[in-house]
Structure formats: structure tokens, C-alpha cells
Design a protein around this ligand. Structure first.
Ligand SMILES: NC(=O)c1ccc[n+]([C@@H]2O[C@H](COP(=O)([O-])OP(=O)(O)OC[C@H]3O[C@@H](n4cnc5c(N)ncnc54)[C@H](OP(=O)(O)O)[C@@H]3O)[C@@H](O)[C@H]2O)c1
Length: 266
């Protein structure tokens, strides 16, 4: 199954309210769910898929290997625990959530482990998240560019991340936008609001339509069934070349997720 370009993020979607939100997303038509070992939502994702009655092979499930599970011999057991939490026999995509911090395991060691997890059938595809251009190059030289399905990175109209996104595209690696709505804040942007008014849409839909028009994937989340449905409907919104250029010009270059142990960003 190809990765559906619009997925549902599950950060914060914990417990029974989380299962209800994920079920809403599946009901609205999402067929791509994004979880991680650190989100505490793997159980909710598996439970929602089972309750939805959808065939397993119609839902693309991504999880991410936590930074504390990158050491020698740790990646595969951590993915086995993820599968037990999910109640699934494989995920469609397993990502390295963050590159190891300075002084931690070398990329070669944990990338070879995640490739072995794929070869054993625990994950049908593999990829990375929060990888810089230099780390993407290192990953390509270790595994081959074709091995990496996506780099999941912060990207939205206020944080364009263009150099990295263009580099991924040049390597045939799909960019997946996290925080595609800048945590809900892009809705306040007057340019997005003006474009939205012309289309009878919401500014959040304009942001998502712009991301999809670049060829990126996006994984917005919401607790609200109405906003979940609206976000999914962004796929029907066609922006003109002039409108896409207007959104392109909104970049403020301010990164939101920037832990002090993170990589040296581009
Ligand atoms: N790889 C990584 O390191 C990484 C880092 C961060 C996130 N992620 C993934 O990316 C997903 C999305 O990122 P995110 O949750 O940080 O940010 P986001 O999707 O950009 O924003 C979510 C916020 O926007 C609000 N919202 C959603 N739709 C809206 C709408 N139509 N109108 C108004 N407000 C709306 C939500 O509030 P309500 O719930 O009240 O609607 C929520 O507070 C996460 O769930 C996670 O799966 C990955």
C-alpha cells in the first residue's frame, strides 16, 4: 500500500477520548495513522483500527523508534513491543524518530537495525524523522536512497524548511510535514484567511492544501470530529499558482520543536 498523503497524527490522542478521535478520523476517510513509541498512543491506534472494522490492509500505520531505543540490539525488540501494543503483526512504516544525540550510537548501527526489522517483516517500509541534509546523505550512503520512504520534519506555511525539503525531493524521499498547522496557530494568518474566504474554506484547509500541492504528506491532528473532517476535506481544495506563491511567501523561519540535544539543523 502506498502511503496516503494525508494522515492523522496521534500525539495527545490518548485514552478513550483518543480512541474516539482516531475512530472519527477513520470514519472521515483517513487511512494513515501516525504514532510513536513516545506518544503513548500505539494501543489506541490498534484499538481504533479493530473497532472500525476496517480490513488491516486498508490502514497505513506508522510508528517511530524512540531515541532511547537506538542502542546496539535495541531497535528490533522495541519494535516488537510496539507491535504488541498495537496488536498488529507489522507496521507499514517504522521511522527513526530522532537521530541519536552527540556521543550516542552511530547512524550506521541503528539504521542497519531498522533495515533488518524491515527484512524480518516487522515493518514494510522504513524511514527517518528530524534528519538533516547531512544525515540524509549519511543514511543514503548506508542504506541506499531507495530504502528511505520519508523524512518526517517540521514544515508548515510559517516554517518552510525549504532546503531540507528540496534535498529530500532530489533523493526521491517523501517529505512528511509534522506540525502542518503550526499546532493550530496558522489559522490566524491573514493571507491564509483571505485565500480561505475566496474558496469558502478554512485557513487550516489552505495550509494543508498548500502542503499537499508541494507533493508532501501531512499528518494534522485534532480532538474535534468537525475539525478532523474539515482537515481531511482539504484534499478537495485546489489552490491557483498565484495562491500557492502567496502561501510560499509566508515563511517566518521560526522552528517550534528544537530540543537542545537535537541535530545541527540546516
Ligand atoms: N516526528 C516528530 O518529531 C513529530 C513532532 C511533532 C508532531 N509529530 C506528529 O505530527 C502530528 C501533528 O503535529 P501537532 O499535533 O504537533 O500539530 P498540528 O497538527 O499542526 O496542530 C494540532 C493542533 O491544531 C489544532 N487544530 C487542528 N485542526 C484544526 C482546525 N481545522 N482548526 C483549528 N485548529 C485546529 C488542534 O486543536 P484541537 O484538537 O482543539 O482541534 C491541535 O491543537 C502529531 O500528532 C504527531 O503525530 C511528529
Amino acid at each position: 500500500m502506498d502511503m496516503p498523503r494525508l494522515g492523522f497524527g496521534t500525539y495527545g490522542r490518548t485514552g478513550s477520548e483518543g480512541i474516539a478521535a482516531i475512530l472519527s478520523a477513520l470514519g472521515a476517510g483517513y487511512r494513515h495513522l501516525d504514532t510513536a513509541q513516545t506518544y503513548d498512543t500505539e494501543r489506541e491506534v490498534g484499538e481504533a483500527i479493530r473497532r472500525s472494522g476496517l480490513p488491516r490492509d486498508e490502514v497505513f500505520v506508522t510508528t517511530k523508534v524512540a531515541e532511547h531505543n537506538l542502542g546496539p540490539g535495541q531497535v528490533i525488540p522495541s519494535l516488537e513491543r510496539s507491535l504488541a501494543e498495537l496488536g498488529l503483526d507489522h507496521v507499514d512504516l517504522a521511522l527513526i524518530h530522532w537521530p541519536a544525540r552527540a556521543g550516542g550510537p552511530a547512524p550506521e548501527a541503528y539504521l542497519r537495525q531498522i533495515a533488518e526489522a524491515r527484512d524480518r517483516g516487522l515493518a514494510w517500509h522504513i524511514g527517518v524523522s528530524n534528519f538533516t541534509i547531512a544525515l540524509i546523505e549519511e543514511a543514503c550512503s548506508i542504506l541506499g536512497a531507495g530504502a528511505i520512504l520519508t523524512n518526517q520534519i517540521e514544515l508548515n506555511p510559517w516554517f518552510r524548511n525549504r532546503r531540507l525539503a528540496d534535498h529530500c525531493a532530489s533523493r526521491g524521499i517523501v517529505v512528511t510535514c509534522y506540525e502542518p498547522l503550526a499546532r493550530g496557530k496558522v489559522g490566524a494568518d491573514p493571507v491564509l484567511q483571505a485565500i480561505a474566504r475566496r474558496h469558502g474554506a478554512t485557513p487550516e484547509q489552505v495550509a494543508l492544501a498548500w502542503e499537499l500541492a508541494q507533493g508532501y504528506a501531512a499528518i494534522p491532528t485534532s480532538r474535534s470530529p468537525e475539525r478532523i473532517r474539515q482537515n481531511f476535506a482539504a484534499q478537495e481544495l485546489d489552490l491557483s499558482p498565484d495562491e500557492l506563491a502567496e502561501v510560499d511567501a509566508l515563511d517566518r523561519g521560526i522552528r517550534s520543536i528544537d530540543p537542545d540535544w537535537g541535530p545541527d539543523w540546516d
